[in-house]
Structures are given as structure tokens and as C-alpha cells.
Design a protein around this ligand. Structure first.
Ligand code: BV8
Ligand code: ZN
Length: 248
């Protein structure tokens, strides 16, 4: 893969890096994306599942979908793309801003992570808000569990369509985007807002914008550099090229 010298020079002069990641970075771990071919939304529509009213209308169906995804996630592990991002921490001040709810960046060992859309391992009661994080609900495959304090429905702690993002995570992500020297947008179709604002905020504040994706997206016209291909191959390749370049 051709890595431009001008890109390596920018990287060498950078201190703060943001990795803004989407479902594509977890694809090589075996977790289906939302919108690419084989994407889960192709079969199921967000409005049917990832929103609060759908949950109220059919809690068992929505709960079952999350149990199905949790099962897939539990059988996967971080891939070389996640691991390369951890490696970058040895040479840069790295912040991970992820739209993913799969917890793979944390399992890979990333230190500074902001989760804009929540975390599928966490749950809470919609009535009394009691937390049920990292509770094993494996015996609730098809039926939504009820809160043991008030009997309310328990939901996954993820951000559904029409719901606000966790303010602390979003504000910290905006700040990291404003202050970074370079932002890598990795494996995201950049169509879901307000998360998709993050790369534009970085660019507007003078950061170099780098896109890593299998295909072009809305971001491609704004990116200073675009690498087309698999993030699990490209990120380790960029790290290797950087380590060689900095020795020159
Ligand atoms: C909000 C969590 C304020 C749950 C997700 C109408 C009504 C209501 C709202 C809206 C509306 N119209 C617009 C909106 C705003 C809406 C929105 O943006 N909709 C879009 C679809 C138009 N946003 C919201 O509703 C947000 N909240 O606006 O609140 C508000 C409040 C009240 C009333 C109104 C507004 C909340 C959005 C969060 C939704 N939750 N997920 C769950 O996961 O179950 S969204 C879902 O999409 C995931 O979080 C995912 O992370 C996110 C983004 O998708 P991507 O990560 O980019 O993944 P995708 O599959 O799309 O793309 C993968 C990419 O990877 C592809 O480009 C592919 O080429 C690439 N790829 C694949 N393999 C690889 C690869 N790249 C590299 N290597 C590979 N190997
Ligand atoms: Zn409760």
C-alpha cells in the first residue's frame, strides 16, 4: 500500500491523535456492520429496533436482538486494527472516540475512550434507572428481564435513534477533536449525527483528516488523506511505516 511521504511527515509532526471509529473497525473481528453489504440494518431497519418506542411496543423482540448481538460480540476479540491503535499510544497522545457499543477498544487495551452511543454490556431499568451493568442475562435469551426493585423493563445502555448522546462523552469528544493534530476516521459511514460532526470539528480546527474505509463516504471530499482498504491491515501498515520513517 502506498503511504505518501507527506502523510508520514504530518504524522511525525503530530502529538495529539483522535481515532474516530465506527462499525467497520470491528468488521474483521466478525461483528456485522450496520450499512455495508451484510450489514444488520439491511435485514432489520433501525426504526424497528434501535429506538425507544420500538422497545416499548415489542420489548422481547428488541431485547432478543441485543442478546443476539451480545452473543456475537462475546465470541469475538479485538483485531489488528484495534491493537494498532493501542500501539499508537506509545508514540502519541491518543484519544479513541467510538460510535461502537461492542467494547472492543477497551478489551484491546486503549486507555482513553469515549463511547458516544453507549455500551452493549451495560443495562438499566427504564423505570427506576437501577443499573444492571455486566450482569449475566444469558438465561434471558428471548424475554426482556424485569427490574428486581420495581418490576420495570431492563434495557441496554445504548443510545437509540431520537435519544441524546451522553453529554460528558460527547463534550469530551468535541474537545479532543478541537485540540487534535490529526483525526483518523476509521470504518464509519459518517451518516449518524451528531457523532458524525466529530471529524468535521477536527478539520475546522486545523487538524489533518485521514479516512480509512473500504469505500468512499461523505467524509472523503474533506479528508486530507484517504486509505481505501481494511482497517485491520491499514492501521498496522501505517504504524510500521511511521516507525521506519521517524528513524530517517
Ligand atoms: C439524536 C447504538 C437528538 C445502538 C446507534 C429523524 C428522527 C430522529 C432522529 C433523526 C432523524 N433524522 C436524523 C436524525 C438524527 C439521527 C441520525 O443521525 N439518523 C441518521 C441515520 C440519518 N441521530 C439520532 O437519532 C441520534 N440522536 O439525534 O438526538 C434528538 C433528540 C430527540 C429528537 C430528535 C433528535 C442518536 C444516534 C445513535 C443511534 N444509535 N447505535 C445500537 O448499536 O444498537 S447508530 C449505529 O450507527 C451505530 O452506533 C453505529 O456506530 C452508527 C454509525 O454507523 P457506523 O459505525 O458508521 O457503521 P456503518 O455500518 O454505517 O458503516 C460501516 C463503515 O465501515 C462503512 O462505511 C464500511 O464501508 C466500512 N467498513 C466495513 N468494513 C471495514 C470498513 N472500513 C474499514 N475496514 C473494514 N474492514
Ligand atoms: Zn426498576
Amino acid at each position: 500500500m502506498d503511504i505518501p511521504r507527506s502523510f508520514l511527515e504530518e504524522l511525525k509532526n503530530s502529538k495529539k491523535i483522535v481515532f474516530f471509529t465506527g462499525a467497520g473497525i470491528s468488521a474483521e473481528s466478525g461483528i456485522p456492520t450496520f450499512r455495508g453489504e451484510g450489514g444488520i440494518w439491511n435485514k432489520l431497519k433501525p426504526e424497528e429496533l434501535a429506538n425507544f418506542n420500538a422497545f416499548l411496543r415489542n420489548p422481547d423482540l428488541v431485547w432478543e436482538w441485543y442478546q443476539y448481538r451480545r452473543k456475537i460480540i462475546n465470541e469475538t476479540k479485538p483485531n489488528p486494527g484495534h491493537l494498532a491503535i493501542v500501539e499508537f499510544e506509545n508514540y502519541f497522545d491518543v484519544t479513541v472516540v467510538t460510535q461502537n457499543v461492542d467494547n472492543l477498544h477497551r478489551r484491546a487495551g486503549s486507555k482513553k475512550i469515549y463511547e458516544l452511543h453507549g455500551n452493549i454490556e451495560k443495562n438499566y431499568c427504564i423505570n427506576c434507572k437501577k443499573r444492571f451493568d455486566d450482569v449475566d442475562f444469558s438465561n434471558f435469551e428471548k424475554n426482556v428481564p424485569k427490574c428486581d426493585s420495581c418490576g420495570g423493563l431492563i434495557r441496554p445502555d445504548v443510545v437509540w435513534f431520537g435519544e441524546f448522546l451522553p453529554e460528558d462523552q460527547f463534550e469530551a469528544s468535541e474537545k479532543a477533536a478541537r485540540e487534535c493534530d490529526i483525526l483518523f476516521a476509521v470504518g464509519t459511514s459518517a451518516v449518524v449525527y451528531p457523532a458524525a460532526n466529530i471529524p468535521y470539528i477536527a478539520k475546522r480546527n486545523g487538524a489533518v483528516l485521514v479516512e480509512i474505509n473500504l469505500e468512499r463516504t461523505d467524509l472523503s471530499n474533506y479528508a486530507n488523506f484517504s486509505f481505501l482498504g481494511k482497517s485491520g491491515e491499514i492501521l498496522p501498515e501505517i504504524l510500521r511505516a511511521f516507525l521506519n520513517y521517524r528513524k530517517l
